[in-house]
Design a protein around this ligand. Structure first.
Ligand SMILES: [Zn+2]
Length: 323
């Protein structure tokens, strides 16, 4: 109950009760309540400005710590990118070049992810930008690693093939140096020993005594060992794969049969003078994709630079071939 207030009435010389009207009472109460509420709000607001509740303090310290570690992780990620860039450069400029594969274009290696926004779920938070950036970098890094590992897989296959190619490709002289009387005729325009007309000699002639061993110049399969080709007499053809076939003509004897697998340096037959031949010699051809090419480019296996020079000299002399 509200206190009862009195006033002194000078007319009646007595104290009289102050009678407040009901409306006035209500108004006063509302003003009081409003003022209290406002004061309370101001105090709470002020309190929050200067004093952090302990729980929030701990959380914000944790957040700061997390942000710091995030930055450290980002630095580490940048380091990883640098290392990967080095590997990519070596991959393009050394490995892929060595194995004759096209370099992987920069755009393909560094391509991001198009289409839908993959990072929508990370949007709308205080640290969204930081988290989206880091996630993006990591995504690109993962993709680059994937491309790089694919590239290395391809190189392994190429290396295996290269090993096989190097073993298969014709690379030695078919007659050994000590057995060779002379390199009679090279590849190119020569006089036909029979007609004396100028015509293209599509192989190399090695003059050696009858019975001199002839060696396979690369790994492969004997596809012919017969005398059914005009002019070549007894002859052998070896398919080396990769588009290469070698042909050995005018043999006196065979040492292999059709269908037989041979390795570089295997004895396949003996020098003779069968077919269209003037004197005992080996006519040797290298064919690449069906066309005769100059065998002089296929002796890197067992000739010294000086020997090669000498062979080049004698092979380029325009004389008469032995055919
Ligand atoms: Zn010839």
């Amino acid at each position: 109950m509200a206190k009862v207030k009195y006033y002194y009435d000078s007319d009646t010389l007595s104290y009289r009760k102050i009678e407040l009207r009901r409306r006035d009472k209500l108004g006063k109460m509302v003003v009081f309540l409003l003022a209290s509420a406002m004061l309370g709000a101001i105090m709470v607001f002020a309190l929050y400005q200067f004093i952090e509740p302990p729980k929030q303090k701990v959380m914000s310290r944790e957040l700061e710590n997390m942000r710091l570690h995030y930055e450290l992780l980002e630095n580490k990620m940048k380091q990883a990118e640098i290392v990967l860039n080095g590997i990519q450069k070596r991959d393009n400029n050394i490995y892929r070049t060595y194995f004759e594969a096209n370099p992987i274009p920069e755009e393909q290696r560094k391509a991001g992810f198009g289409g839908v926004n993959r990072y929508k779920s990370l949007e709308g938070f205080n640290n969204s930008e930081m988290i989206i950036d880091a996630t993006k970098s990591l995504d690109i890094l993962s993709k680059q690693l994937y491309v790089q590992s694919k590239s290395l897989d391809e190189i392994i296959d190429l290396a295996k093939d290269k090993e096989k190619l190097l073993a298969s490709i014709p690379a030695i002289q078919p007659v050994s140096k000590q057995d060779l009387t002379r390199m009679a005729s090279g590849f190119g325009w020569r006089l036909d020993p029979f007609t004396k007309a100028r015509k293209r000699h599509k192989g190399m002639d090695f003059t050696s005594p009858k019975g001199t061993p002839i060696y396979a110049t690369g790994n492969g399969v004997v596809i012919r060992a017969d005398r059914r080709a005009t002019g070549y007499g007894n002859h052998i053809r070896i398919d080396h794969g990769f588009g290469y076939v070698t042909l050995y003509a005018h043999l006196s004897k065979y040492n292999v049969k059709k269908g037989q697998k041979v390795k570089r340096g295997d004895l396949i037959g003996y020098v003779g003078s069968t077919g269209r031949s003037q004197a005992p010699h080996l006519h040797y051809e290298v064919r690449y994709n069906g066309n005769q090419v100059n065998p002089i480019n296929f002796y890197y296996g067992n000739l010294s630079p000086e020997e090669f020079q000498e062979m080049l000299k004698s092979a380029s002399q325009e004389g008469q071939s032995l055919d």
